[in-house]
Design a protein around this ligand. Structure first.
Ligand code: HEC
Length: 162
């Protein structure tokens, strides 16, 4: 045999040996590629689902904050009770100190309750005379919760029996 024949034979043997390996390797690669595409599609769908349910949860959360009177009561005790009294009827001591009518600090009297939610929200957010502004300390939904809390303790707005 001359060298050229041997080279060709060796070449053929190598090709024979390698080609199935390539083929076998290539198939799983294509498979894996398809799986990756499928997985990506699934992940995108899952993300969209998650975003949708997050949006749902956010809507629910805002609704819940509005009726989360327990949290509102806590915030009230910490931030408002010193002036408006634990019972919302106003602190006589603070009224004297601010030289305001005791009724000005009463949040459950007719004067306050006759105001709209928007007016009470605005006073709480922006302040009024000696009343401090709370827009930098409370989120809009927390201010809304304060108004709901005040309403919940108003004599006329007693929550109805369920
Ligand atoms: C430093 C004392 C002080 C604190 C603390 C305070 N307020 Fe007031 N608030 C006042 C005074 C004084 C007024 C009366 C303002 C006026 O009419 O001149 C007032 C008025 C109000 C009114 C309007 C009542 C009405 O009849 O028009 C609302 C509502 C109110 N406060 C809510 C709150 C809430 C909610 C908090 C807590 C987040 C709070 N306030 C904390 C002093 C205070």
């Amino acid at each position: 045999m001359n060298r050229k024949v041997i080279q060709v034979l060796v070449g053929l043997m190598m090709a024979a040996c390698l080609s199935p390996v390539w083929a076998e390797e290539a198939v799983p690669k294509v498979d894996a590629g398809m799986k990756a595409v499928a997985a990506t599609t699934e992940a995108v769908a899952e993300k969209a689902d998650a975003a949708a349910s997050k949006a749902d949860a956010a809507t629910t959360a805002v609704k819940e904050v509005k009726v989360d009177l327990e949290a509102a009561a806590k915030a009230y005790t910490g931030k408002c009770a010193s002036c408006h009294g634990k019972d919302l009827k106003g602190s006589p001591t603070m009224a004297k100190m601010f030289k305001v009518d005791a009724a000005a600090l009463n949040l459950v009297d007719e004067g306050t309750l006759a105001k709209t939610d928007e007016e009470l929200t605005k006073i709480t957010a922006d302040g009024l005379n000696k009343m401090p502004a709370y827009k930098s300390k409370l989120k809009p939904e927390e201010i809304a919760a304060q108004v709901a809390y005040i309403r919940s303790l108003a004599p006329k707005a007693e929550p109805k029996a369920q």
